[in-house]
Design a protein around this ligand. Structure first.
Ligand code: ZN
Length: 441
């Protein structure tokens, strides 16, 4: 991979600083933490609209749950010492815990405790959204040391009719054809899975918003996972089915270990093709998964009847790294380089899609390049237009027969789309190439 330019490195730091500020907020499917998170993004993306969907609203087979808000939660031991305290870590409380204030035996308390034997020093992440329950999460090592006796359990939460909140930003382009970027905002204090997704999405959205020459329209959504994407689809399905050329679920884009690819259900949509192309040229080695390994909102976007072309480019994929859904997936696991690398990769994907048209050469037999200043002289060879540049240019002219889009053409001539784009622009300027209309591509 090429080293990032110094200006990019500042963007990486900025993305990481957003993650740091948002990490402590207690997000869930609904509630003030999620609203606060969306308000933070609205400062970066002023055109973003924030929607409230009332509890009880039906969406396909689902219903928006009651709104959950949490103020305080702890377990006190026989000496009145707080041994588990929500104020110390959001993950200590099972998400969507109902209120309780009771003294109970250790035996009864144990039924509501969660820990991970395989990761004895970490706090696991547990939720109970659709079955009313309560519980605490703690390191397994601490749980093993709890002494028999009475414990005071206190959860000051509310589960009441309210609403579910989501954010949507539509950036219109010259064309109605759309690219979907979807990320989720419902995990408290977790790094790679979750806060990396929203912050990289916000950085991409800000970059797209500042781009004045957008060809495509961008639909960027910040939703709680599962119920959020289901509700969003129930409100926008027809338009999305009509207009979406490609889409991506942005999740797990924060660590700097691996890159991973999860294809759409169909597996060979434009989203899959552009993702594989960018990975091959910008990353090289990556972990390739099947749609059977799905786990996030592509479950909804690619479901039968919705059938959107949605894939996912990740760093270490959910379920596949040891810190996943524990307190070890924190701000130390993600890094400016991890977030920045994913940002660059998605930027390449989007730039490729912006230029993904079908091209055809305009002259019969080889055009004479010398008279157009396209055949490098000795001095231009040194100025960067070396053998490689000329080889790509000549291959574009040799293969652009009006049957391949940019991605297929670049694959065919063993070049990257990013190297082809400026050369294609130059050939269009010289009228040596023309764009062919491309129904269905
Ligand atoms: Zn998760």
């Amino acid at each position: 991979m090429t080293k990032p330019a110094p200006s990019s490195v500042n963007i990486y730091q900025e993305i990481y600083s957003w993650a740091k500020e948002l990490f402590p907020i207690c997000r869930s499917l609904t509630g003030e933490g999620t609203r606060q998170t969306l308000r933070y993004f609205k400062r970066i993306l002023p055109q973003m609209k924030i929607y409230e969907v009332p509890s009880g609203t039906k969406a396909f087979d689902w219903e928006v749950p009651p709104e959950w808000n949490i103020r305080d939660a702890y377990i006190k031991d026989q000496n009145g010492q707080k041994i588990v305290d929500f104020a110390d870590h959001n993950l200590h409380l099972v998400g969507y815990s109902e209120p309780i204030d009771e003294v109970m035996s250790l035996e009864r308390l144990q039924e509501h405790l969660h820990s991970r034997e395989d990761r004895p020093h970490a706090i696991p992440y547990v939720t109970s959204y659709y079955k009313r329950n309560w519980g605490f999460c703690l390191p397994h090592a601490q749980r093993e040391n709890l002494k028999p006796g009475d414990y005071h359990v206190h959860i000051d939460s509310t589960l009441e009719p309210g609403s579910m909140t989501y954010g949507e930003l539509i950036l219109k382009g010259r064309e109605e054809r759309e690219v979907l970027l979807s990320t989720y905002i419902c995990h408290p204090s977790l790094g790679n899975d979750e806060i990396s997704g929203p912050v990289v999405t916000a950085a991409l959205a800000r970059w797209l918003a500042a781009k004045t020459d957008r060809r495509l329209t961008y639909r960027i959504v910040f939703v709680p996972e599962t119920i959020g994407s289901i509700v969003y689809l129930s409100r926008n399905l027809e338009e999305m089915k009509r207009n979406t050329d490609a889409g991506f679920v942005l999740t797990c884009v924060g660590d700097d270990r691996a890159y991973s690819f999860l294809p759409s259900r169909q597996g060979d949509t434009l989203a899959d093709r552009v993702a594989r192309h960018a990975l091959r040229h910008q990353v090289g080695e990556f972990n390739s998964y099947s749609f059977m390994d799905r786990g996030s909102d592509e479950r909804q976007y690619c479901s039968v009847g919705v059938d959107l072309p949605v894939a996912s480019l990740m760093r270490s994929k959910y379920h596949e790294y040891p810190e996943y859904h524990t307190s070890d997936d924190d701000l130390n696991l993600i890094s400016p380089e991890g977030l920045g690398g994913a940002f660059e990769l998605y930027r390449t994907v989007l730039l490729t899609l912006e230029h993904n048209k079908v091209y055809r050469t305009t002259v019969c037999c080889e055009p004479q390049l010398g008279k157009r200043g396209l055949y490098p002289t000795l001095s231009t060879v040194e100025g960067g237009r070396g053998k490689r540049w000329l080889r790509v240019l000549r291959n574009i002219l040799a293969y652009a027969d009006g049957t391949m889009d940019l991605i297929a053409l670049a694959n065919r001539i063993e070049a990257s789309a990013t190297e082809c784009i400026p050369i294609i622009d130059r050939l269009l300027e010289e009228n040596l190439l023309e764009e062919i209309s491309q129904p269905g591509l």
